[in-house]
Design a protein around this ligand. Structure first.
Ligand code: ZN
Length: 195
């Protein structure tokens, strides 16, 4: 049994009874849809990077690893779906998983943005000593101050900072970190200043 690449209906002849597209027209339609949706997905990934830079979560590294896995999984799926479509093979279930993964960067971006922008909780100041610094350049630069943790069960905190804060502090500095609880309980770092 073959399914129409455009609408997913069972296809008995070259022309789909449900949407009226021939198999090559359906393939073209699917590939165009994949391209458009992948573009939206990439914009969502950029929105996530912007939101996570504006309201950096205390546990940003874990979130970034999660979104990184989702990112490559989704793009990998897009490639598989397109290759299968080229060979006119079954794509329906893979396509649904792919479409299901697409909104994730947008949802996470909105979550991080709302968590910070709508947060009316008072900031609490945590004193910590800078133990080391970590900086990674590239298309998505990340800069962290590694400080001793004030939370039970944590030895270190990796505080996301922008470039000017990163350059301002050196190992051994005592810093005041303003942490806010977040609207949806994702603690985030408002500012870092010298003690
Ligand atoms: Zn169809």
């Amino acid at each position: 049994m073959t399914r129409c690449l455009n609408c997913g209906a069972e296809r008995l002849s070259d022309t789909c009874d449900a949407c009226g597209l021939s198999s090559s027209a359906a393939e073209f339609s699917l590939r165009r849809s994949l391209l458009n949706r992948t573009a939206l997905f990439l914009v969502g990934a950029i929105a996530f990077i912007v939101a996570s830079g504006r309201y950096p979560a205390l546990e940003l590294d874990g979130i970034v690893i999660f979104i990184g896995v989702v990112f490559f999984l989704t793009l990998g799926l897009a490639i598989i779906v397109e290759r299968r479509a080229l060979r006119h093979q079954e794509v329906e279930s893979l396509k649904r998983i792919y479409y299901g993964l697409l909104p994730l960067p947008w949802l996470l971006a909105a979550l991080l943005y709302g968590n910070g922008a709508l947060d009316r909780s008072p900031a609490h100041v945590e004193k910590a000593r800078v133990i080391s610094r970590f900086s990674m350049t590239g298309p998505v630069p990340s800069r962290r101050l590694i400080v001793n943790s004030w939370r039970a069960g944590h030895r270190f905190e990796r505080i996301p900072v922008d470039r000017s804060d990163f350059d301002r502090f050196t190992t051994g500095d005592i810093v005041d970190i303003q942490v806010k609880d977040g609207l949806v309980s994702i603690p985030w770092v408002a500012t870092v200043s010298r003690d």
